[in-house]
Write a protein that binds this ligand. Structure first.
Ligand SMILES: [Zn+2]
Length: 409
């Protein structure tokens, strides 16, 4: 086992001890006692690695290696360090630790970057305490105003500001960061799905974080007695809805490129065993890494639904949610692939089905992301596990990429 791999294991194991639920996974809510212990540990390691530590008004932590150019923007590398209740040891910390180890390699090799390198440990990505999620990154880029931040409370009514003060954090520190101070953002994350493990590939280069659309389809027919209404006189909303739903999977399969479609909720009215349903409302969840795929599928769903407007049936489609897919930066994708080739580490392209801090930064700077396999595809549970050998490979790829991006010699 090489040094990088050994230190990755040490850091991840140590961070996993900062949990409110020992033996029942990692529970590290933002601004909790465990959060404080984790941040103290991260700051200590940053200092050991020769990084200059600073924090912002949200409690995000930065460890910086200065660049030779004056006032040049930084290459950020990191992830979040909060967890869901009874989660795993890798979701978030794997990326923070990868950032630390990239910085350690910079120090060991006495590199002098032109642009600064900053390891970042972000707060409240999961939203497990204050809701919403991606709080640290959204706050940093100014998508979450100071006022909205102060108004957030946990389920016990404790506000963000009160919670920060309780663990001794300085709430008066600068919150928003000028995006001109950021050159690029790199993040390593566990895949949280089964694809890389099934392909037996240690590295996924993320092409895009998938967009998400939720439609609500309403089908109105005519209620009637289940016993006395002849079959040819019916306008059965559920029979029509099920006919629609049965056509949906094929739309995603035809669209391809990882497009997925799901109907997960169905409301039937009046929902009586002996009444012909007069109204059915169901959801359609559509995801893809390319906006074009999402748009195409939405259009086809609407077309299918419309064709049923006859024989006493009326239909409508409403868009409840539309989140654009976020493509990662093409040049950084190429750079990560090029470095993987150079290091002879096998990789494949992959889309992220889950949201990440990288998604937030992608509107403000050049963003690149790597995935490592998750054992059995599991995440957000105590069984979550990734191989430190894969993590070490990712660190070396990120190190090479960071060298290029910071123009280090
Ligand atoms: Zn995460």
């Amino acid at each position: 086992m090489n040094n990088v791999q050994k230190r990755i294991e040490e850091h991840i194991n140590t961070l996993s001890t900062f949990t409110a639920t020992p033996d029942k996974g990692t529970t590290r809510l933002t601004y909790s006692e465990e959060h404080l212990r984790a941040r103290n540990y991260l700051k200590r390691i940053m200092k050991e690695y020769g990084l200059v530590v600073h924090e912002d008004g949200f409690g995000n932590i930065f460890g910086k290696i200065e660049g030779m150019l004056k006032d040049a923007p930084s290459v950020l590398i990191g992830s979040h360090f909060d967890s869901v209740p009874n989660g795993g040891a890798y979701d978030g910390p794997a990326g923070v630790v990868a950032g630390l180890e990239v910085a350690a390699l910079f120090a060991e090799n006495k590199l002098k970057p032109k642009y600064p390198l900053e390891v970042v440990a972000l707060v409240e990505e999961e939203g497990s305490r204050f809701g919403g999620g991606l709080m640290g990154s959204r706050g940093m880029v100014g998508l979450l105003s100071e006022e909205d931040f102060s108004n957030l409370t946990d389920k016990n009514g404790i506000s963000t500001v009160e919670a920060m003060k309780l663990i001794g954090l300085d709430t008066s520190l600068t919150k928003k960061r000028d995006s001109n101070t950021i050159k690029s953002y790199l993040e390593l994350h566990i895949e949280q799905g089964p694809i890389l493990e099934e392909k037996n590939t240690p590295i996924g280069v993320v092409e895009a974080i998938v967009g998400l659309t939720q439609l609500e389809v309403t089908v109105k027919g005519r209620a009637g007695h289940a016993g006395t209404t002849p079959m040819d006189r019916r306008a059965d909303a559920l029979v029509v809805a099920s006919s629609m739903i049965s056509q949906l999977p094929e739309l995603a399969i035809q669209e391809g490129e990882g497009t997925v479609i799901t109907t997960g909720r169905l409301h039937v009215f009046p929902n009586g065993a002996n009444v012909i349903p007069d109204t059915v409302v169901f959801t359609v969840d559509i995801r893809s890494g390319r906006e074009e795929n999402v748009r195409n599928v939405i259009e086809q769903v609407s077309r299918i639904v419309e064709t049923y407007n006859a024989n006493g049936i009326t239909t409508s489609v409403e868009e409840l949610l539309y989140i654009q897919p976020k493509a990662m930066n093409q040049e950084i994708i190429s750079l990560l692939k090029q470095k993987s080739n150079k290091l002879e580490v096998p990789y494949c392209s992959i889309n992220s089905g889950a949201g990440h801090d990288a998604m937030v930064f992608s509107d403000f700077t050049e963003v690149g992301m790597l995935f490592v396999p998750s054992k059995d595809g599991l995440s957000h549970c105590p069984e979550e596990w990734s191989d430190s050998r894969d993590l070490a490979k990712a660190v070396h790829i990120l190190y090479e990429a960071a060298k290029t991006l910071t123009e280090a010699e």
